[in-house]
Every structure is written in structure tokens, then in C-alpha cells.
Design a binder for this molecule. Structure first.
Ligand code: ARG
Length: 463
């Protein structure tokens, strides 16, 4: 592939082609071919602008724009022959354009450089991924809201320290993830707005002496405006870091839900049954149904965080403007984006298909003295006891129940009175899990009435 007698790309200045190792370390075509559609869109916008500004003829611009569509169709149909000697997608496309249309192809690169070209392509690619992330998050939010609506009043244990704390509702637990995902979505929406400035026309680093119209190309490519500083435009990759950090935080949330699904689907919990469509079997243990998708989503955070860290380190300390280091921005970002989109889709599928086991949830909700706080609150309300004293009395009753191997509602009134003589029959009204959750009507609380309000709010917002 390496031509030793001349250099395919740099012509005049170079007498010899690159060493094979040089080509191997230098070429990005192996991965940046994923930006072919963005590259061609950018070049088509640039050519139209060059003609409008009178820098090239309409005829040449038309030939370039048509030729680029031919190149795109060759790439889309898998017929394109990518060449490592041509280094990257930008040079590959331009070289093929030259083969197709001849001389006018050489006029396309007027008033731009690969530095603004690659920044533009990569921005367009990342912007698409932000849109995909937003759509994927919304789809998952809808699936969680549907679960919340179905089980707005199903009781389950709420945990702190993974120890039974107080009963909560299934709907409330599902909506906790909806809130997290809504913040994830807003991080992408926010980052997308911030990044939407066009680098095209910043040229190598200093702008150009040609009378280009950067506003025109910005608009054609769906940017809000051209980036205002050419040095910044070619050397900024913080839009990718915004994407990767928003992806990382979203991946944390997905990993937490995954962890819960792994625990909940175990034989010891049986809180949920995952569908066959989102489980795997074991090659040796016939009884097994494994939550592999949940485990893999839980693990994807490693790659996404890895990409975030890698690009942070690539960018740290780079002088202005462009340095070749920045070619290392793509593979990591591509991999993180693929991982995130797959994780979101798999989680949506799993959540849609899973069924909560209402009876197991309810049985677990009542165990572990989960209504002890309700008992203490009752002592405060009914007997006007200071909360600290009520806490102590309740603790004594919990210890009694524990020593008998029963739950709080199984104690008799006499048992209760032996600890505090003023306790009455009414106390049993608060020891049931349904009463417990129904009483927590504070804003954002777990009461089914509150959950239903939040479900309605989310249905309204998500459409
Ligand atoms: N393949 C390069 C990249 O991904 C394109 C820009 C090259 N620019 C340059 N001055 N060598 O960053």
C-alpha cells in the first residue's frame, strides 16, 4: 500500500512515501469512516457556499455536490474502497471525488482545512448521538412510567443500607429512576445547545482570506451560528467531553437499576420476573435463568467511563490549536456512544417486558419490622410522646418481636402494654404495610395518591 517513490497526499513537499509503521499509526480511516455521511454533508454545504460567494463557479459546485452524492452511495452500498494510504475519511472522499468528477474536485478544499473539517464532522456525529441518547432515555422513561402506573399501590420494602427500612410502593421506586433519567436527558439537551456552533470555515486555525460565508454553512448544517473564534473552533473537543460525561452519569443510573434487577430477579428475592426475551440460560444448570442483559448494562459503565477518562487525558495540556493527538477523540467516543445506546435499548426492553411479583413484594414489604417507624409516629401522635421516647419504646417492641420470631403486627395488645401501658388497640391500624404507605402523602412521598399524581405529570410531559 505504501508508495515509496512519491507521496499520494502531500505531493511536492515529499520525495518519499511514509514508512508502513508511520502509516499504521497515522491513519484514522479504519474508524473515522463512520463519519462519512457527516463529511459529505459538510463538503456539500461548503461547496454551495463557495459558489454563492463567487469563489468557485456554480458549475463546479454542482459537479462537486453531485459527485459527493455518488461517493456517499458507494460508501452506503459497501462498494467504496477505503485506503489507509489516504489516511482518513476526508482524504478518501476527496480522492474518490477527483476520480469521479476530475478537476473541479480540487477546488472543494478552498477556504477550509482538514482541521475545521474534522471538527465539523465530529460535531455533527456527536450531535446525532446526543439526539439518539435523548430519544433512548425518553423511551426508557416511558417504560418505567408504565410500570409505575400499573403498580402505583403495590407495596414493597424500601431499603437503606440494603436493610429493610420502610414500606414503599412499586410505582414510587420506578419513578425514582424516571427522575434520574430526566436529569440525564436534560444534561444531553443542555450540552447539545452549547455545542451547536459550526467550526466550518475556521480553516487550519486562523480563518481564511477567501470571502467565505460561515453563517451560510452553519445554517445549512443545522448549527445555530458559526463558532466565533477560529483557534477555539478547530481545537475544542469539549462537546465530546460533555457527551461522555453526560453518558457516564446516565450509565451510573442504568447500572444501579441493573443491579436492582439482578438482585430482584434472584430466587431469594423474586421481586421481578424478567422475560425470556431478556434472559439467558445456563449450558450446565437447567434451572437457571440469568439476567445477562442487566449484568452487561451494569458493566458498560466501565467502557463509558474509560472513554471519558481517555479523552480527558488526551486533551489535557494540549497547546492551541490543532494537534494530531486529537485524532484519538473518535474511537473512544464511538465506543461509548454505541455502548450507551445499546444499554438504553436493552434496559427499555427489559423494563417493558418484566413483571413485578406483587405477592412477593407485599410479603417482603411486611417483614423486617418495616412499620416500626409508623409505630413510633403513632406513639407521638396518639400519646403525645416525644419522638426520642417513642423511638425507644418501639425499639423495645421490635426486640420483643425479634426474640419471638414474629413481626410487629403479631404481638398482642398485652405485649404492647407490657412495654407502655397507654398503648391501645388503635395501634394495629398503623402496623399494616398498606396503611403505612397510604399515610405518606407528603409531596414526593410514597403514598399511592402521590405516585398517581407523579405518573400523571410524567405522562403529560412525555406525551
Ligand atoms: N484524521 C485527522 C483527525 O482525525 C484529521 C485532521 C488532520 N489534520 C491535520 N492537520 N493533520 O484529527
Amino acid at each position: 500500500m505504501t508508495d515509496k517513490s512519491s507521496n499520494q497526499m502531500w505531493g511536492g513537499r515529499f520525495a518519499a512515501g511514509p514508512d508502513a509503521i508511520m502509516e499504521a499509526i497515522n491513519a484514522s480511516i479504519g474508524f473515522d469512516q463512520r463519519m462519512a455521511a457527516q463529511d459529505i454533508a459538510g463538503s456539500r454545504a461548503h461547496a454551495a457556499m463557495l459558489a454563492k460567494a463567487g469563489i468557485i463557479t456554480d458549475k463546479d459546485a454542482e459537479a462537486i455536490r453531485e459527485g459527493l452524492l455518488t461517493v456517499l452511495s458507494e460508501i452506503d452500498s459497501g462498494k467504496f474502497n477505503f485506503s489507509a494510504a489516504l489516511e482518513d475519511i476526508h482524504m478518501n472522499v476527496e480522492a474518490r471525488l477527483k476520480e469521479i468528477i476530475g478537476e473541479p474536485a480540487g477546488r472543494l478544499h478552498t477556504g477550509r482545512s482538514r482541521n475545521d473539517q474534522v471538527a465539523t464532522d465530529f460535531k455533527l456525529w456527536v450531535r446525532d448521538q446526543m439526539d439518539a441518547a435523548i430519544a433512548g432515555i425518553e423511551a426508557l422513561m416511558k417504560a418505567l412510567v408504565a410500570q409505575a402506573e400499573a403498580g402505583a399501590d403495590w407495596v414493597m420494602p424500601g431499603f437503606t443500607h440494603l436493610q429493610t427500612a420502610q414500606p414503599v410502593t412499586w410505582g414510587h421506586h420506578m419513578l425514582a429512576y424516571v427522575e434520574m433519567l430526566a436529569r440525564d436527558r436534560s444534561r444531553f439537551v443542555d450540552a447539545r445547545k452549547r455545542m451547536n456552533e459550526s467550526p466550518l470555515g475556521a480553516a487550519a486555525l486562523a480563518g481564511t482570506s477567501f470571502p467565505i460565508d460561515r453563517h451560510m454553512t452553519a445554517e445549512a448544517l443545522g448549527f445555530d451560528r458559526p463558532a466565533a473564534n477560529s483557534l477555539d473552533a478547530v481545537s475544542d473537543r469539549d462537546f465530546a467531553l460533555d457527551f461522555l460525561s453526560a453518558s457516564s452519569i446516565c450509565a451510573i443510573h442504568l447500572s444501579r437499576l441493573s443491579e436492582e434487577l439482578v438482585i430482584w430477579s434472584s430466587a431469594q428475592f423474586r421481586f421481578v420476573t424478567l422475560s425470556d426475551r431478556f434472559s439467558t440460560g445456563s449450558s450446565i444448570m437447567p434451572q437457571k435463568k440469568n439476567p445477562d442483559a442487566a449484568e452487561l448494562i451494569r458493566a458498560k459503565i466501565g467502557r463509558i467511563f474509560g472513554a471519558n477518562t481517555a479523552l480527558t487525558i488526551v486533551m489535557k495540556g494540549l497547546p492551541l490549536a490543532y494537534s494530531k493527538d486529537m485524532q484519538e477523540d473518535k474511537e473512544q467516543t464511538f465506543d461509548a456512544a454505541d455502548s450507551l445506546m445499546l444499554a438504553l435499548a436493552a434496559m427499555e426492553g427489559m423494563v417493558k417486558d418484566m413483571s413485578a411479583n406483587r405477592d412477593s413484594l407485599e410479603a417482603a414489604a411486611g417483614s423486617g419490622f418495616s412499620t416500626a417507624t409508623d409505630l413510633a409516629d403513632w406513639l407521638v401522635r396518639a400519646l403525645n410522646m416525644p419522638f426520642r421516647d417513642a423511638h425507644h419504646v418501639t425499639g423495645t417492641l421490635v426486640a420483643m418481636a425479634e426474640s419471638r420470631g414474629c413481626d410487629l403486627p403479631d404481638l398482642t395488645l398485652e405485649d404492647m402494654k407490657s412495654v407502655h401501658e397507654h398503648i391501645t388497640e388503635d395501634v394495629f391500624g398503623v402496623l399494616g404495610v398498606h396503611n403505612s404507605v397510604a399515610s405518606r402523602t407528603s409531596y414526593g412521598g410514597t403514598a399511592p395518591s402521590e405516585v398517581r399524581k407523579q405518573v400523571a405529570r410524567w405522562k403529560d410531559l412525555l406525551g
